[in-house]
Design a binder for this molecule. Structure first.
Ligand SMILES: Cc1cc2nc3c(=O)[nH]c(=O)nc-3n(C[C@H](O)[C@H](O)[C@H](O)COP(=O)(O)OP(=O)(O)OC[C@H]3O[C@@H](n4cnc5c(N)ncnc54)[C@H](O)[C@@H]3O)c2cc1C
Length: 287
């Protein structure tokens, strides 16, 4: 469990990172919190010949609100968990991040590193898709914005191409916005067997608008249960609707089996936790 040989570069500005990306291409890995990259290096599942440490970049630790909530890629997960601005404007993020590993991991792990790593069982990618967030990527041609729904391509693969993820823009929750994150893991701190992020808006008569139901751990990337979302549109919660949502979610997923859980179990859990998360969002209504 020792990494192969690599050259270590500590970047002081984004231009240095982009220069190195241009020079070394796929043979380079960016080091943020190291909580995913370092284990991969130690197991030699990643063997880049160059590592660029971005922790010295001065401008990627911001949290600000200007129409949307903007979070720098280097913001540590621990800070997201405790930041009052995040709690007020994107409570789903504060809730989901608490399920990421253990406190020591969240103290080093960054938001950008978590999203760029794109683990299909990870919590924050699903939360970002549910929230309709946008990723801000910096490349040789400048910045571009990638909707979260297009950012996560497949297992450990994002839409980034020789680009640095510099920030994430998240729509600010309105008064009518409700959200919930629920996961089932074998132990606290483990990756989820299945997780679900739900965001919906309620109108004045408690009917649902713009429902998003996004699952982790059931596909190669965050999975939107669009049929279940459509069932909610314009409806108030009821026992019948809750059961229909559960069924629609279960029909929409095709998870795999592994040592930790069978596909059948994951399918069932998907429906049950989606139903519970929607019920939490519409609390006070039958579910
Ligand atoms: C025991 C353990 C349990 C864990 N449990 C969970 C869990 O339950 N849920 C979960 O989601 N995660 C979990 N993790 C992973 C953890 O959340 C990591 O912090 C996170 O996945 C990676 O963030 P990082 O900042 O450490 O990134 P790093 O490990 O430094 O990098 C991860 C990847 O992203 C790339 N990268 C990093 N930053 C950028 C950037 N700004 N632009 C472009 N590419 C970039 C790197 O090159 C690398 O490929 C766990 C880790 C451990 C060790």
């Amino acid at each position: 469990v020792k990494p192969g040989k690599f050259a270590y570069l500590r970047a002081n500005c984004a231009e240095e990172v982009l220069g190195a990306m241009h020079q070394f291409g796929d043979d380079l890995a960016v080091l943020a919190g190291g909580q995913s990259l370092v284990p991969l290096l130690n197991m030699r599942m990643a063997q880049p010949s160059v590592i660029v440490d971005v922790n010295g970049l001065p401008d990627l630790g911001f949290i600000s609100v200007d129409g949307s909530l903007s979070v720098g890629a280097l913001v540590r997960q621990k800070r997201l968990e405790n930041d009052p601005v995040v709690a007020a404007t994107a409570p789903l993020v504060a809730e989901a991040v608490r399920h990421v590993g253990h406190p020591a991991i969240r103290s080093r792990g960054t938001l950008g590193g978590n999203l760029a790593h794109a683990d299909p069982a990870s919590e924050l990618p699903s939360a970002m898709v549910a929230l309709g967030a946008e990723m801000v990527a910096l490349g040789a041609d400048g910045e571009r914005t990638i909707p979260a729904g297009e950012f996560f391509v497949t297992h450990y693969t994002t839409a980034l191409h020789q680009e640095l993820l510099v920030g994430i823009r998240i729509p600010v929750a309105e008064e009518s916005t409700r959200s919930a994150f629920i996961e089932v893991a074998r132990r606290r701190g483990d990756f989820a067997l299945v997780g679900v992020a739900v965001v919906l808006r309620l109108d004045g008569s408690n009917k649902c608008r713009d429902a998003r139901i996004v699952l982790s751990g059931v596909s190669s990337a965050p999975h939107r249960a669009t049929e279940a979302e459509a069932l909610l549109e314009g409806e108030a919660m009821s026992e019948t609707l809750a059961a229909e949502i559960q069924n629609a979610v279960e029909r929409s997923v095709e998870p795999g089996s592994d040592l930790h859980a069978s596909a059948r179990y994951r399918t069932r859990v998907s429906g049950v936790i989606a139903r519970r998360a929607v019920a939490r969002c519409t609390r006070g209504q039958a579910a």
